[in-house]
Design a protein around this ligand. Structure first.
Ligand SMILES: Nc1nc2c(ncn2[C@@H]2O[C@H](COP(=O)(O)OP(=O)(O)OP(=O)(O)O)[C@@H](O)[C@H]2O)c(=O)[nH]1
Ligand SMILES: C=C(OP(=O)(O)O)C(=O)O
Length: 212
């Protein structure tokens, strides 16, 4: 391949915590019922992955999870689930996923984007060109998508204030008209906003009673 060309295909790693530990800030949305909470956390991931799979320019999607229920549901979507590495934590999981894929180009997509529209993800991939780049969440402090440069390391720095950490590490911040890509759902307020953007079917079916 000519390295002056933009490489327009990417493989995405989507990390998903075990459902009993996931989305603790969203617990109030389901009234503290652990079964409904797990169903909602799973639905967020299923809609995110479904949209990623449907995005032109995305060649392959894999999840990283140690939860067998998540792995089984992802298999039903035709998406492989890689086990967590021995080293704990989100960034270790992403590094492991990126290395396992051995892709020309890899990215990390958060699993809590239930309104994600394939056209918006595609537009962000195109805006990145050949740069290592990231998309900040709607508050501008977190990161929803991190893309390695073609042939480059992902070098994930997720966690509190990750947008600043990705910027300092040299990644280019992409601010486009992509509300569904920037609307990660951590809290009830985020879920209300995602609802106005148009939720994927899994999350729409798992919504708490207050939304109806
Ligand atoms: N595989 C894996 N995924 C993780 C891990 N920690 C976080 N994630 C995922 O990383 C993404 C971003 O994490 P957060 O938005 O903080 O989600 P969360 O940790 O479930 O939510 P809170 O409990 O409210 O912090 C989500 O898709 C999580 O499922 C981890 O240790 N391993
Ligand atoms: C883990 C992150 O997400 P959040 O801020 O949604 O917890 C992050 O942005 O690095």
């Amino acid at each position: 391949m000519d390295y002056d060309e933009v490489r327009d295909e990417v493989d995405l790693v989507v990390p998903v915590k075990t459902l009993d530990r996931a989305k603790t800030r969203l617990t109030s949305a389901t009234g503290g019922d652990p079964v409904s909470h797990a169903a909602l956390a799973l639905a967020l991931a299923m809609d995110t992955v479904s949209a990623a799979v449907a995005t032109p320019g995305v060649r392959r999607v894999v999840t990283i999870t140690s939860d067998p229920a998540v792995a089984a549901e992802m298999a039903a979507l035709g998406v492989e689930a890689l086990p967590e590495p021995a080293e704990p934590g989100l960034n270790a999981a992403l590094r492991h996923g990126a290395r396992t894929l051995r892709s020309d180009r890899v990215g990390a997509l958060q699993a809590d984007l239930p309104a994600l529209k394939p056209g918006e993800l595609q537009a962000a991939l195109e805006a990145a060109g050949n740069r290592r780049a990231f998309v900040p969440d709607r508050q501008g402090t977190g990161t929803t998508l991190l893309l390695a440069a073609p042939g480059g390391e992902l070098d994930p720095r997720f966690g509190v204030g990750s947008a600043g950490h990705h910027r300092i590490s040299g990644a280019v911040a992409l601010f486009g008209p992509w509300p569904s890509l920037r609307c990660d759902v951590d809290t009830e307020e985020d879920l209300r906003l995602a609802l106005t953007l148009g939720l994927g079917a899994h999350t729409a079916n798992a919504l708490p009673a207050w939304t109806t």
